[in-house]
Design a protein around this ligand. Sequence first.
Ligand code: 48F
Length: 258
Amino acid sequence: MLDEITISRAIAKTFMDDFLDYMEVDVAIAGAGPSGMIAAYYLAKEGVKTAIFERALRVGGGMPGGGMMFNRIVIQAEAKFILDELGIQTKEYEKGYFVADSLETVSTLCSKSIQAGAKIFNAISVEDVMVRENDRITGLVLNWSAVEVANLHVDPLTIRAKAVIDATGHPCEIAQIVTRKLGPNLNSSTGEVIGEKSMWAEVGEKALIDNTKEIFPGLYVTGMAANAVYGSPRMGAIFGGMFLSGKKAAELVMESIR
Ligand code: 48F
């Protein structure tokens, strides 16, 4: 006989156990788009305690929609090894251009990062950061996305992290919060978010790797957020740069916290 209260307790208890456990992590990532999930996968694979907090109910950010809702993504040859490692199928379209199913890519990335040991908390928004004396980011301030949507006046909760990754995509929300609250202290030319430039895939994809770095003590940026911070172009539905950027962010963070 199935008991509804047992079902309810199983959900509430196991979720709360994880939430309590992940209030102190090595790495907290804002955003479960491609760059955030790739970073989480490479971190978790090396035994780094990693949590992603994702505003939306579903993961994947801009990836499920492919290009203009045609659910395909393009990956250049340099990044194909990551899809191969994850077991995501690709087809060569023309020399150097590979195509993958965006839904297969999102779902595989999600399950591989969780199976590697990362936790993804969806429907939770990052609304602020924690900072300590030496102006170092030491954690995230969280609230249910439903609170934000309903515009309810509810105080948040916090988690502590040795490093934070801004993987919030085009709006680079964590970088924006830092400059709004702590002044123009990012290591960009103006100290602030410069803002992404118009589409130029070749330049945008290259810049993305260079732009993936620590932008403020304890805060790293990956994915489209990195190009937005440093004023580099967007690139559309080509995703190799997102994967390489997430991997680089994971490597930089591991170097700094070990
Ligand atoms: O936008 P998104 O997919 O970022 P990305 O990893 O990838 C960019 C590509 O999808 C695409 C592109 C490819 O050429 O340009 O746009 O850089 O994923 C960002 C995720 O962060 C979540 C948001 O819901 C999305 O799933 N997010 C944004 N702000 C917050 C957040 C926040 N404050 N708290 C939690 N999640």
